[in-house]
Design a binder for this molecule. Structure first.
Ligand SMILES: Cc1ncc(COP(=O)(O)O)c(C=O)c1O
Length: 379
């Protein structure tokens, strides 16, 4: 019955795993879930109040513009200017999205023709593969190795056949490894992309988490010609369930995505837009306070890693700790055993790509008490 296009798509790993966790909890087992990166902390109080106030208004419930209210686009423009030193025209270069994951699908549908190749990071976020396939494209993986600081080897890529490549996904700060890019790398990447006529999209939702220097690919001069950027309030403002994201870049690219997106949704509820404006206007102290909490949590997670004899590369950013298992261990066996024996779930590396078989990912989205309880169960 199902369509051909779903042939190579499986149910999202976490979707099935969450069902298993729910079943175990239902049976009375107190499972700790350190697998998923869903922020447990609330958004700022002013943001929650704004949503509630707009919801109580009688005149706020119509369909909204496909491009969001101008005030939201201006707030995004100011945010990008102050944290990333990028100038964006609020009228033409910003498209608010109902979540950046949804934006990955919109971009894939808007640019990929049947048979086009799309460069994807391995390890990387699984959604790029699924949306590429759903749009009729062909995923081509580039390897991110620890030896190259989890950056693509552009020289090696340039020696491969790139004639069918149309898009390239990058994601810095990188999930799951926590690696960051720098300006030099972006300059080289943009030259490469320009030369081979590839549109690069940087997926940047972890920019504000445990990352001393937020960086946008669009801050490199000339980047808008050949790059787009996605960002999101899911992690930066603890609003994952609210589904608020943004696409940033050149007018023509934004309009192309809008053609598709405007057939998919009918705008974002005004309350969400007003709340997003409030979130984007948060003072810098918001991030200081948020990151202080993650620093404390990370300390405990590092102790958990030590207790499990896992190796952690220093300097990781973002919402996770990416840890290497002792040689010869397999991530799925390791995480399944941990779930069965200790009631703790961590994400196995294999779901992020074929070279991550001996890694696991631990999320920082549980409080210190839960993390300490995890440590106690393990030692
Ligand atoms: C690399 C990466 N990109 C995008 C997303 C999607 O985030 P959202 O749609 O909540 O903005 C995630 C979420 O986990 C992610 O890890």
């Amino acid at each position: 019955m199902q369509a051909e296009r779903l042939k190579h798509i499986q149910e999202y790993y976490f979707s099935t795993k969450l069902k298993e966790i729910a079943r175990l909890r239902f049976e009375g087992k107190p499972i700790i879930n350190l697998g998923i990166g869903s922020p447990d902390l609330p958004p700022p109080e002013s943001v929650r109040n704004t949503l509630a106030q707009v919801a109580l208004q009688t005149d706020a419930h119509r369909y909204q513009s496909y491009r969001g209210v101008a005030e939201l686009r201006h707030a995004i423009s100011r945010y990008y200017n102050s944290y990333f030193e990028v100038d964006l025209d609020a009228e033409t270069e910003i498209l608010p999205l109902t979540g950046s994951k949804e934006g990955i699908m919109h971009i894939s549908m808007a640019f990929i023709n049947k048979g086009d190749e799309v460069l994807l990071p391995d390890p990387g976020y699984m959604t790029y593969r699924a949306t590429t396939l759903l749009a009729g494209g062909q995923p081509v993986y580039y390897t991110l190795s620890e030896d190259n600081n989890y950056l693509p080897d552009l020289k090696a890529l340039a020696h491969s056949d790139l004639s069918k490549v149309k898009l390239m996904w990058i994601n810095y700060p990188h999930m799951p490894t926590g690696a960051v890019a720098n300006r030099d790398f972006y300059k080289q990447l943009l030259e490469f992309a320009h030369k081979h006529q590839i549109l690069v999209i940087n997926d940047n939702p972890y920019s504000m988490i445990l990352n001393a220097r937020p960086l946008s690919i669009l801050s490199i001069s000339g980047a808008k010609e050949t790059a787009l950027e996605l960002n999101s309030l899911s992690k930066s403002h603890n609003m994952a369930g609210w589904r608020i994201g943004m696409l940033l870049g050149k007018h023509e690219y934004i309009d192309t995505v809008l053609k598709y997106k405007s057939q998919m949704d009918s705008g974002m509820f005004l309350g969400l837009q007003k709340a997003a404006i409030m979130a984007l206007n948060s003072p810098p102290e918001w991030f200081d306070e948020l990151n202080k909490i993650y620093v404390r949590r990370k300390k405990i997670v590092l102790k958990i890693c030590q207790a499990l004899n896992l190796k952690v590369r220093s300097g990781q950013t973002g919402l996770f700790v990416w840890a290497k298992l002792p040689a010869g261990q397999n991530s799925q066996d390791f995480t399944d055993r941990l779930l069965k024996e200790k009631g703790v779930f961590m994400a196995p590396g294999f779901i992020f790509g074929q070279y991550s078989e001996n890694y696991i990912r631990i999320s920082l989205t549980n409080d210190e008490e839960i993390l300490t309880e995890t440590l106690n169960r393990i030692i």
